[in-house]
Design a protein around this ligand. Structure first.
Ligand SMILES: Cc1cc2nc3c(=O)[nH]c(=O)nc-3n(C[C@H](O)[C@H](O)[C@H](O)COP(=O)(O)OP(=O)(O)OC[C@H]3O[C@@H](n4cnc5c(N)ncnc54)[C@H](O)[C@@H]3O)c2cc1C
Ligand code: SF4
Length: 332
C-alpha cells in the first residue's frame, strides 16, 4: 500500500475544495469499499479527505411527500427508519439484504452508490481490466464470468453493478444531489450510474471532487406495496446473482401501477421498462408476468457460464409479481 495523507473535513465546501484541488484526492466515508481497494493497490489515491464529520446524515420528509436521505446516513440507520419502512419497504429490504450487520453499521448511503464492481479481475491489480486500466482489455470476457452481466454489457466490460440499494432507487426514480465548486446539481438515478460502453472506467457523471450530499426518493404511493427479492449463492453476506425491486398496484384485478428494476444481471441497475409497458393495464396473472419478464430478458447476451441468469431472473420477476399481487394492501 502506498503512503496516503489523511484529513478530516468540517464543512461540505471545504471537503469539495480539498479533493477538487488534488488529482490524487478522494473522499473517505465509511471506508468499507475504499480501504480494501487502497490496500489492494486497485485505488491509488494519495490523499483521503474524511467526510464523516459533515452534517450530511439523517432522513427528512420533502414538501412533496418524498424522503431526502443524507449521503452520510448509515445503511443500518436508513433500513431501520420508520418512514423508510412504511413508505419504501423495498429500500429497507435491499439494505438489509446487503453486506453484513457490521458493514451496514459503517457503510453510508452515498458510498454505497459509488462502491466498485466485484469482478475478481478488477480487484486483482495485475490482471488486464479496462475499468481499472483503460485499454488493457477485459479478462472476464474469456475468463471466469459466472457472476457477470447479461444486460447492458459492452465488448469492453461485463461487470455487474453491485449495489442492492441502487436497484431499489432505480425502481423509484430517485435523484442524487451533489455539491461541486460551481454549486449544487441533481441527477436522475438513470443518468447517475453509467453503462460501460467504450469507457468502462467512467462509472458516473461526477466531476473530480464532486460530493454526493443526499438521495431524494419521490413520493411513490405504489411503493407501500413493494418488495426486493435477492437471489445469491448463500443466504447472507453475498452479492446478488439476480435481484428484483418491484412495486405493484391492482384495480379490479388489473395492473394500475408497476415499477420493476433488476439487479445482479446488468452493468447498471436495470429498469425493466419494456416489461412495465406490457404489464400496465394487463390482468395480474402469472402468464402475463412471465411474458413481460421474457420480453425484458430477450436482449440478454450471455456466456456459457452465466446463461443461467436469464432463467433465474425470469423466475424471480414472476415470483415477486405473484407475491405482490397476492398482497391485500396492493388491491384497490
Ligand atoms: C464483504 C462485503 C460485502 C458487501 N456486500 C454488499 C451487498 O451485498 N450489497 C451491497 O449493496 N453492497 C455490499 N457491500 C458494499 C458496501 O455496501 C459498500 O462498501 C458501502 O456501502 C460503501 O459505503 P462507505 O461509506 O463505506 O464508502 P467508502 O468506502 O468510504 O467510499 C466508497 C467510494 O465512494 C466515495 N464516496 C463515499 N461517499 C461519498 C460522497 N458522499 N460523495 C462522493 N464520493 C463519496 C469514496 O471516495 C469511494 O470512492 C459489501 C461490502 C463488503 C466489504
Ligand atoms: S468485466 Fe469489467 S471490471 Fe471485469 S475485467 Fe472486464 S473490464 Fe475489468
Amino acid at each position: 500500500m502506498r503512503p496516503v495523507s489523511y484529513a478530516r473535513a468540517t464543512a461540505p465546501a471545504e471537503a469539495v475544495a480539498a479533493v477538487a484541488a488534488d488529482p490524487g484526492g478522494a473522499y473517505l466515508a465509511g471506508g468499507t469499499t475504499a480501504v480494501d481497494l487502497l490496500r489492494q493497490n486497485v485505488l491509488r489515491h494519495d490523499r483521503l479527505v474524511d467526510i464523516g464529520d459533515l452534517p450530511l446524515a439523517g432522513i427528512e420528509e420533502t414538501p412533496a411527500g418524498g424522503l431526502r436521505i443524507g449521503a452520510l446516513t448509515r445503511m443500518s440507520d436508513a433500513a431501520a427508519h420508520p418512514l423508510v419502512r412504511e413508505r419504501f419497504p423495498l429500500i429497507a429490504e435491499a439494505l438489509e439484504l446487503g453486506a453484513s450487520p457490521q458493514l451496514r453499521a459503517m457503510a453510508t448511503m452515498g458510498g454505497n452508490l459509488l462502491q466498485r464492481v466485484r469482478c475478481a479481475y478488477y480487484r486483482d491489480a495485475v490482471s488486464p481490466c479496462n475499468k481499472r486500466e483503460p485499454g488493457t482489455g477485459c479478462s472476464a470476457l474469456g475468463g471466469i464470468n459466472r457472476g457477470h452481466a447479461i444486460l447492458g454489457t459492452s465488448e469492453h466490460c461485463i461487470a455487474t453493478h453491485p449495489s442492492d440499494l441502487a436497484v431499489a432507487l432505480t425502481a423509484l426514480d430517485a435523484r442524487v444531489h451533489t455539491l461541486r465548486g460551481a454549486g449544487e446539481r441533481s441527477f436522475h438515478i438513470d443518468d447517475f450510474l453509467l453503462p460501460p460502453g467504450d469507457t468502462p472506467h467512467i462509472e458516473n457523471p461526477l466531476e473530480h471532487g464532486e460530493l454526493i450530499t443526499a438521495i431524494e426518493v419521490p413520493d411513490t404511493p405504489t411503493a407501500r406495496t413493494s418488495r426486493y427479492l435477492k437471489i445469491r449463492d448463500r443466504a447472507s453476506y453475498e452479492f446478488a446473482l439476480t435481484a428484483v425491486a418491484a412495486t405493484l398496484r391492482l384495480e379490479n384485478g388489473r395492473i394500475s401501477g408497476v415499477r420493476l428494476a433488476l439487479g445482479g444481471v446488468a452493468t447498471t441497475p436495470w429498469r425493466a421498462r419494456h416489461a412495465e409497458r406490457l404489464l400496465l393495464g394487463a390482468a395480474a396473472e402469472p402468464g402475463v408476468f412471465d411474458e413481460a419478464a421474457r420480453a425484458e430478458l430477450a436482449e440478454a447476451r450471455t456466456t456459457p457460464m452465466n446463461a443461467f441468469k436469464a432463467e433465474l431472473a425470469r423466475r424471480a420477476v414472476v415470483r415477486v409479481l405473484r407475491t405482490l399481487a397476492a398482497t391485500p394492501e396492493g388491491q384497490a
